[in-house]
Design a protein around this ligand. Structure first.
Ligand code: SF4
Ligand code: SF4
Length: 412
């Protein structure tokens, strides 16, 4: 697609980048069936190709209106279209650019800005979020059912178990909302890693990965969080940690992307690259044979429906590993459909676009439960909480299911 940058983009690096990104799109439309929002609304402007046309108009200095903003806001940034595109269009970078241009030329209303600011401040500060969550949990039983479903019951699990001494050592990132919502996930991760001979440590000074702020247009905040995490993680790597590990696929993807986000920052680019290259999803550092040994070859786990988050399968391009790990831990995978369809969670999308998000969740749960699972497994706290609110079966992080299966097989 040919585009001629104009106005403030003409002759700039940003304009050149936009032109290069747009050039790869040949309008073929192969991405349309992969797009969750197009499948729900049937509107071309809610498809990747339609949004790319809107972004081209923005780059060429065309008019900006509420319609353009609405169609770009409705994108989940799931990146299923990137996987479907035969021309290698980097849609994720294009949508970031499109949203930036809209926000610059047509600032959001004060209530919209306040809502987005509040979401970043509330969700990316673990202490603030934890206090608000505990207050909500204390009155949960008195709330209307719709609101109650959004607040998980207080978890009795918690606290990272002390790890044994091992030759291998990794940093396990805490994340921002996960310690409050589901502290059992990282505890289970630490137990399993301990059993396979890997010690875990936390880093001092960790902040939210920045994904929330980035996707809500708070770019400076996201970059400040990324720099703080680069400082913290580099210190841990210097001290001998072999990897930076995240049990939340959205956070892991963001940290893997620091190399691009901080590429133009002379003080940070090299260290950001080092951190991104050392970052792994939890599934990338455990092997099926490790789990078979840890479970002493025994165990019969539950029937599990596997839900691969978009940030894992489309963003990090990690596929097939967690299914193998669940089977190695004695679980039976049940058949599912719509494996590449987004569940509708997508960070704060479920709050900002509740109708589309709810419809995608309904479709996803139907696709996951068709095989009669005991439990749905996922790899990202956002998907977990979003699905859990409406699922007829429990929804858990895969590492919790693996940890329980290993424990059962060792005690039988
Ligand atoms: S599949 Fe790729 S090249 Fe084809 S319309 Fe979609 S983004 Fe453009
Ligand atoms: S990122 Fe997802 S929702 Fe957005 S255009 Fe691509 S497939 Fe559609």
């Amino acid at each position: 697609m040919h585009a001629r940058p104009s106005g403030e983009l003409e002759g700039t690096a940003r304009g050149d980048e936009a032109q290069a990104l747009l050039r790869n799109c040949v309008h073929c439309g192969f991405c349309l069936p992969a797009c969750p929002t197009y499948r729900v609304t049937g509107n071309e402007l809610d498809s990747p190709r339609g949004r790319i046309y809107l972004i081209k108009q923005l780059v060429e200095g065309g008019p900006v209106g509420a319609t353009t903003r609405d169609h770009l806001d409705r994108c989940l940034t799931c990146r299923a279209c990137e996987r479907a595109c035969p021309s290698g269009v980097e849609y994720g970078r294009l949508i970031d650019l499109g949203r930036e241009l809209v926000d610059e030329r047509m600032p959001r209303s004060p209530p919209q800005r306040a809502l987005r600011f509040g979401l970043v401040e509330l969700l990316s500060r673990p202490l603030v979020f934890g206090a608000m969550l505990r207050a909500g949990q204390a009155v949960r039983g008195l709330l209307p059912s719709g609101l109650r479903a959004r607040i998980p019951a207080r978890s009795s699990r918690g606290l990272l178990v002390p790890a044994g001494r091992h030759g291998r050592r990794v940093v396990l990132l805490d994340g921002c909302v996960q310690p409050g919502l589901a502290p059992g996930i990282n505890s289970a991760a630490a137990r399993v890693l301990d059993q396979v001979g890997i010690a875990v440590e936390r880093v001092r000074g960790e902040q939210c990965c920045g994904a929330l702020a980035h996707h809500l247009g708070a770019t400076d905040r996201a970059l400040a969080q990324a720099r703080a995490n680069v400082d913290a993680c580099c210190a841990a790597l210097d001290a001998g940690a072999e990897a930076i590990v995240s049990s939340a696929s959205a956070c892991g993807l963001m940290v893997k992307d620091y190399v691009r986000l901080l590429a133009g920052d002379g003080a940070y680019s090299a260290r950001a690259k080092r951190v991104s290259q050392a970052t792994r999803d939890l599934a990338e550092i455990v092997e099926p044979d490790d789990l078979r040994r840890a479970g002493r070859g025994g165990g019969s786990g539950p029937r599990v429906a596997w839900q691969s988050p978009c940030t894992l399968q489309h963003g990090q391009r990690v596929a097939g590993r967690i299914e193998a790990l669940l089977e190695a831990a004695g679980c039976t995978l049940t058949p599912t459909s719509e494996a590449t369809l987004c569940c509708g969670s997508a960070g704060t999308y479920s709050i900002l676009q509740p109708a589309l998000s709810g419809e995608l969740r309904r479709r996803k749960i139907a696709a996951l439960t068709g095989g009669g699972p005991d439990v749905i497994a996922t790899a990202n706290i956002g998907c977990l909480e979003h699905l859990r609110a409406e699922s007829p079966v429990p929804v858990r992080h895969w590492i919790e299911i693996v940890a329980d299966s290993i424990r059962r097989s060792r005690t039988n």
